[in-house]
Design a protein around this ligand. Structure first.
Ligand SMILES: [Zn+2]
Length: 319
């Protein structure tokens, strides 16, 4: 490093908005086209990380945010980034975001002597308590951890919120359970909620890729973010697509422009207190929850409201 602060970028990746992905069979383990979906997803994520390193990133963490969180083809991943895999609850949705991974034994900033992943492996085996034991859900506070602030986040392969007109694979977190979410009276999906989670850490979203519905949703709330459209939905399961190779080829210019705006991009912050309204698909889904009538209230057969001053607390209880 040349004296400047390391530039860290967090990539949250989903499958549905990736170039070439349209059908459920491409995004569900065990389905006929899942292997194809994984390949498209992995190659697009690699194109993103490659573009980020090419335009000045020193450290990239990629979260596999789809389903159970292990869809990327591990053997094909770009060796310079680190990957958060496996499912995590809402309050730890982006592992490594707090303080990066810089405090791990051996460090992770890519250096001349080898890949970050190799040295992360070394770190996991060392330490008096077996490595990760004793931390509070992230990597901050580990011995010698420098300020691991992230300069920005990228939402790759995202999709429109549940109910979006012509949103390819549009949904909000679960494929079928939720018809709609509203936060403080505004309809929200995964793009806004994830941007708010990054915003809680002071991290601006710089880039969003996905179908045209996802990009439109992003632009409405994140006017500073650069968007890259991968396809135009003609239905929930249908689209006019760009060839995946073309999408990957466009990542370099799109991310260069996103990174160039990083210094001016504000984190997304909505003032509290917060009220999150959930409309379920079925009354039974709302029946299964606990309501105290104040912080969580059942409004009707399919509607529940969660309230609180702390956004993370509200999201963690509700989602
Ligand atoms: Zn997904």
């Amino acid at each position: 490093m040349d004296g400047r602060d390391a530039v860290r970028i967090y990539v949250s990746a989903d499958m549905e908005g990736v170039g070439g992905i349209v059908l459920r069979e491409q995004v569900r383990r065990g389905e006929a086209f899942y292997d194809e979906g994984r390949r498209l997803y992995t190659r697009e994520v690699n194109a993103v990380t490659d573009a980020l390193f090419a335009c000045g990133a020193d450290q990239v963490i990629v979260k596999d945010g789809h389903g159970g969180g292990l869809n990327l083809i591990l053997e094909e991943l770009d060796e310079r980034a680190l990957y958060a895999v496996g499912a995590t609850p809402m309050e730890r949705r982006f592992p490594g975001l707090d303080g990066g991974l810089a405090g791990l034994d051996g460090g992770v900033a890519p250096g001349p002597d080898g890949g970050a992943a190799t040295r992360l492996g070394g770190g996991m085996e060392s330490g008096p308590d077996g490595g990760f034991a004793g931390r509070d859900g992230d990597f901050a506070g580990r011995d010698g951890a420098p300020d691991g602030a992230f300069a920005g986040a990228c939402l790759v392969g995202y999709h429109g919120m549940a109910g979006t007109l012509f949103g390819v694979r549009a949904h909000t977190y679960t494929p079928t359970e939720w018809q709609a979410l509203e936060l403080n009276g505004r309809p929200v999906g995964e793009i806004v909620i994830d941007a708010l989670l990054f915003g809680l850490r002071g991290v601006p979203v710089l880039f969003v890729s996905g179908d045209e519905a996802a990009c439109r949703e992003a632009t409405a709330h994140l006017p500073h973010a650069v968007t890259l459209v991968t396809k135009w939905g003609t239905g929930q399961h249908a689209a006019l697509i760009k060839p995946p190779k073309a999408v990957r080829a466009q990542m370099g210019a799109a991310l260069a422009s996103a990174m160039a705006r990083a210094a001016d991009a504000p984190p997304l912050v909505w003032p509290g207190p917060y009220e999150l309204r959930i409309r379920f698909a079925e009354p039974a889904q709302a029946d299964a929850r606990h309501y105290d009538g104040v912080a969580a209230e059942r409004i009707d057969g399919v509607t529940a409201v969660y309230r609180g001053a702390d956004l993370l607390d509200v999201l963690s209880r509700a989602l």
